[in-house]
Design a binder for this molecule. Structure first.
Ligand code: NAD
Length: 479
């Protein structure tokens, strides 16, 4: 297929065993900035799903034997092709997800960079022992068929984080996007057809049932899942019946701790983006901002000023927009509950606070809540929308204990000038990634995953790649 023949903004069909597949029944896809239905995607039934699994199984027997270098080359070519089509994917991503151009560029170019970065990775055989009589090696064999289940906040990037290492490791993959954001994933897998044999990478769209069929299927060997902790629990339970491997990237309630020696005006924009990137629909958004009491008022004022002067909430397709809408009605209604809860408890809003239900899209104003109690819902739960509690602290041990007092352990950040203090605090935080004076820096070579109920296993790095393999030890007696 010629690259130029790919029509990215229309004709959404599934790719199953290398074939374009449509169904009579379809699911609507809405643009969250105006709630209009602008695309329909196939609603994959049980029979088609089983066909996809059968095809992935058959393809696995061959793909696992394709030399590592060739698999790497295919993933690299896919990264280049995505880059070539970046502009169309960026536009499509904004339409289906709502994020403004800068965020869409980050995600699409990031996805291409990930494909290329992971294409450079390889797991070598390990020589464990050798003498004249015996040799022992541990090698990595591909796990089999992978079901990749993806959420709606970073629909392409989080699919690529699963697809790239799975393919490089020699697995075959069936991707199931979120029903809210299936379009970029469908088009990406269509694009991949020209680089991969049929069945190596398929994409099926439909409702949550598809995810349940995947986790229960005896012919799928591993589930790579990103989504909420609640759904992660279902995935793990269901995977238990067939002892499936699982990688779970789940929810977070990341603390950001601001030390007394920050420059409030300098740090405020960084804290803003730490909390509100992707309109706070971000597993790693800073969701609790602990500010030392000596700078609380100054940081608070600088944040309010920054938001008032710079932030425009609106349609992501408009160039002036800083933050787009909430991606879907279900999440919009959930976010509204946090506003209502804050109001009914009398917590003070420093900025924002009023949602216009009559707006064209699911828009929510950026909202800061002034020092609510530690036990409040807005502190304890993951709102996954642009409402952030600012909290005061005075004692270091106490703020570390508050930061850790959660079932989550995904990320955390600490901000300040004293590098000893930064390091000391970082080492006591219970989180998979701790950023110091920066945030949301990821790399294909940096392990990413959650502690506690934020997940199981990791993505990215050779550790993440190894999760698509079984290790196998081979021992040889030479004489
Ligand atoms: P979700 O759990 O509702 O859905 C995620 C995916 O699971 C979707 O594709 C959905 O269709 C599917 N699904 C739903 N029920 C299922 C079931 N019973 N079995 C199998 N699959 C099922 O999550 P969401 O609302 O799409 O995403 C938001 C959540 O994802 C937040 O909690 C956020 O923190 C988390 N998240 C985590 C990371 C991370 O890397 N840790 C990254 C992004 C988002």
């Amino acid at each position: 297929m010629e690259l130029s023949m790919l029509k990215i903004t229309s004709d959404f069909s599934m790719t199953i065993n290398g074939e374009s597949v449509r169904t009579q029944s379809t699911l609507p896809v809405q643009n969250p900035a105006n709630k209009s239905v602008f695309a329909e995607v196939p609603d994959c039934g049980r029979e088609l799903f089983e066909e996809a699994v059968k095809g992935a199984r058959a393809a696995f027997t061959k793909w696992r034997r394709v030399p590592w270098e060739q698999r790497q080359a295919a993933v690299l070519a896919l990264g280049n092709a995505l880059e070539q089509h970046a502009e169309e994917f960026i536009e499509l991503l904004t339409r289906e997800q709502g994020k403004p151009r800068a965020g869409a560029e980050w995600e699409i170019f990031g996805s291409a960079a990930w494909l290329k970065g992971i294409a450079a990775q390889r797991l070598e055989d390990e020589l464990v022992f050798e003498d004249e009589q015996r040799k022992v090696i541990t090698r990595y064999t591909p796990i089999g068929v992978v079901g990749a289940i993806v959420p709606w906040n970073f629909p392409l990037l989080l699919a690529v984080w699963k697809i790239a290492p799975a393919l490089v490791a020699g697995c075959t993959v069936i991707v199931k996007p979120s029903p809210y954001t299936p379009l970029c994933d469908l088009k990406f897998v269509e694009l991949a057809k020209q680089f991969l044999p049929p069945g190596v990478l398929s994409c099926v769209t439909g409702g949550d049932d598809l995810g349940r069929w995947m986790t229960a299927s005896p012919d799928i060997d591993k589930i790579a899942f990103t989504g909420s902790t609640e759904t992660g629990r279902h995935v793990m339970r269901s995977a238990a019946d067939t002892i499936k491997r699982v990688t779970l990237e789940l929810g977070g309630n990341d603390p950001a701790i601001v030390l007394p020696d920050v420059d409030p005006k300098e740090v405020a924009p960084k804290l803003f983006w730490a909390a509100f990137q992707n309109n706070a629909q971000f597993c790693n958004a800073a969701k609790r901002l602990y500010i030392h009491e000596s700078v609380y008022d100054e940081v608070k004022t600088a944040l309010v000023e920054f938001i008032t002067d710079n932030v425009v909430v609106g349609d992501g397709a408009q160039p002036q927009t800083t933050l787009g809408p909430i991606q879907n009605k279900m999440q919009f209604d959930k976010v509204k509950e946090y506003f209502a809860d804050c109001k009914s408890n009398g917590y003070e809003f420093l900025v924002g606070g009023e949602i216009d239900d009559a707006a064209d899209g699911w828009f929510v104003p950026v909202t800061l809540v002034d020092n609510p109690p530690e036990s409040s819902r807005i502190v304890q739960e993951e709102p996954f929308g642009p409402i952030l509690p600012l909290l005061k602290w005075s004692d270091e041990d106490d703020v570390i204990a508050r930061a850790n007092d959660t079932i989550f352990g995904l990320g955390a950040s600490v901000w300040g000038a004293d590098t000893d203090a930064l390091q000391r605090i970082a080492e006591q935080l219970e989180a998979g990634t701790v950023w110091l004076n920066e945030v949301h820096m990821y790399s294909p070579n940096q392990a990413f995953g959650g502690h506690k109920q934020s997940g199981l296993g990791c993505e990215n790095s050779l550790h993440g790649l190894a999760e698509y393999t079984n290790w196998q030890t081979i021992t040889l007696r030479k004489s």
